[in-house]
Design a protein around this ligand. Structure first.
Ligand SMILES: *[C@@H]1O[C@H](CO)[C@@H](O)[C@H](O)[C@H]1NC(C)=O
Ligand SMILES: *[C@@H]1O[C@H](CO)[C@@H](O)[C@H](O)[C@H]1NC(C)=O
Ligand SMILES: *[C@@H]1O[C@H](CO)[C@@H](O)[C@H](O)[C@H]1NC(C)=O
Ligand SMILES: *[C@@H]1O[C@H](CO)[C@@H](O)[C@H](O)[C@H]1NC(C)=O
Ligand SMILES: *[C@@H]1O[C@H](CO)[C@@H](O)[C@H](O)[C@H]1NC(C)=O
Ligand SMILES: *[C@@H]1O[C@H](CO)[C@@H](O)[C@H](O)[C@H]1NC(C)=O
Ligand SMILES: *[C@@H]1O[C@H](CO)[C@@H](O)[C@H](O)[C@H]1NC(C)=O
Length: 371
């Protein structure tokens, strides 16, 4: 919808084109800066309104082009008070996220393949988080991978806060581009064509930011960011997932979301050796609360999503998948709707899995990332 609208705007190319950052006047005669549409939260709100007047306003705001993207005249601080300024501040880090044209694509969606196993290019945003037991020395310890996360831009991994305050372990690094946990480089052959991945890459971290409101008992605010040392360069095996910014086509109750990871995959306590894929149907808050009625200490929060593993999923979502992304695709572009946050330790006992609803934390994410 959003893209259709933009395409529609493009038809109205304007004669007087400005460059990014130049001053301009908005259609209602306020001072502004000519910037990318996606960096102007004020206009996003207006686009969301979808009225003819709103379209006309946005159309009149166009002040130039950068490649295929339209630039709009975005009002800078207006006379009427701080709410506008706050809006701008809250979302001012939006530009640090991948352009919607580059996030959420996985090469394995480009061709037909057997879907019983994952392919080496599937879920390229999936990150494994490595830990050292606190009692072990920093110089020689046995790396243990206890949690998962997702790459959201070249600098940050999104995960669960529960992954950052483990009593006996400290996070040491993250691993991207992995497939078979025993091999650095993975090779698979399909139809007699062999494809090998680049070696998995390990990154140390410069910052761990857990949500200060995280409550381990209720799993509220179970979200954290890990900042990578250096910048990740993308490949077919390492790519960012999209975040659910305004304009995203969300899953409805009953739709199937995808979980992935290397946690336990069955009731025999076998850990997945190869990246696994688990399907979970989004269920309503009412049904989820009903399922947890015998656990009076647990209360579902509005900021939780609830999925139930679909009967014919070949693998289960279990312990070890904490922090993993819960994703949904629209036209083969994947965005992250949830972070596995709770319930996953109950592998197979038919209770739904509880996830942090990423949509509710976009502001927190934007406020806590830096360039
Ligand atoms: C959206 O449209 C309604 C009705 O026309 C208007 O009251 C409201 O202020 C608009 N919101 C924005 C953000 O423009
Ligand atoms: C600015 O905001 C403050 C507090 O939110 C409010 O009291 C004041 O009336 C506002 N001023 C204008 C000009 O809107
Ligand atoms: C899926 O992976 C398993 C374990 O590696 C292997 O035994 C099986 O043949 C694979 N299935 C297909 C269709 O490649
Ligand atoms: C991983 O390594 C094992 C043992 O070396 C080998 O049997 C297997 O085929 C490798 N798997 C992949 C996907 O490369
Ligand atoms: C809720 O549970 C009822 C009864 O099990 C079922 O019929 C219904 O489809 C469920 N609804 C959702 C939205 O999950
Ligand atoms: C969700 O959690 C927040 C923070 O603890 C709390 O303020 C809010 O009341 C909770 N909402 C529900 C519906 O439980
Ligand atoms: C699960 O079953 C449904 C309906 O029976 C089918 O459409 C779907 O493709 C199946 N999924 C898997 C992963 O087998």
């Amino acid at each position: 919808m959003y893209f259709k609208f933009i395409a529609f705007l493009l038809l109205f190319a304007i004669s007087q084109s400005r460059a990014t950052g130049e001053s301009c006047k908005t259609p209602n005669n306020k001072p502004g800066k000519c910037i990318l549409l996606r960096e102007c939260p004020l206009l996003h709100e207006i686009v969301a309104n979808k009225t003819e007047a709103a379209k006309e306003f946005v159309r009149q705001s166009i002040c130039g082009f950068q490649g295929l993207d339209s630039l709009v005249c975005c009002a800078t601080s207006t006379s009427s008070n701080s709410s506008v300024n706050q809006d701008n501040k809250k979302t001012s880090n939006r530009h640090l996220f991948p352009d919607k044209r580059y996030c959420g694509y996985q090469h394995s969606d480009d061709y037909a393949h057997d879907t019983s196993n994952t392919t080496i290019t599937e879920f390229p945003w999936l990150a494994r988080i490595a830990y050292r037991r606190k009692s072990e020395s920093e110089d020689s310890y046995q790396k243990q991978y206890l949690c998962l996360g997702s790459l959201i831009n070249p600098l940050y991994i999104l995960t669960a806060a529960g992954c950052t305050n483990t009593p006996n372990f400290v996070i040491t690094e993250v691993r991207l581009g992995d497939y078979h946990i025993g091999n650095d480089t993975d090779c698979v052959s399909e139809d007699h064509i062999e494809e090998c991945s680049d070696p998995a890459r390990d990154y140390t971290l410069s910052k761990i930011i857990a949500h200060p409101g995280y409550d381990s008992k209720t799993s509220v605010n179970n979200i954290a960011l890990l900042r990578i040392n250096g910048r990740v360069s993308y490949s077919d095996y390492i790519r960012p997932v999209c975040l659910p910014f305004p304009g995203t086509k969300f899953a409805n109750i009953g739709d199937t979301l995808t979980l992935s990871g290397w946690g336990y995959k069955n009731l025999k306590h076998e850990k997945a050796v190869i990246k696994k894929r688990v399907l979970g149907r989004l269920i309503s808050a009412e049904n989820c609360t009903e399922a947890y009625k015998d656990y009076s200490w647990f209360k579902l929060n509005d900021s939780h999503l609830c999925t139930k593993t679909v009967e014919n999923s070949t693998e289960l979502s279990c312990s070890g998948d904490l922090g993993a992304p819960v994703i949904f695709s629209h036209r083969l572009q994947w965005h992250q709707e949830g972070i596995v946050s709770f319930g996953e330790s109950r592998c197979g006992d038919k209770l739904p899995d509880i996830h942090t609803k990423v949509k509710d934390f976009l502001e927190w994410i934007e406020e806590n990332i830096e360039n």
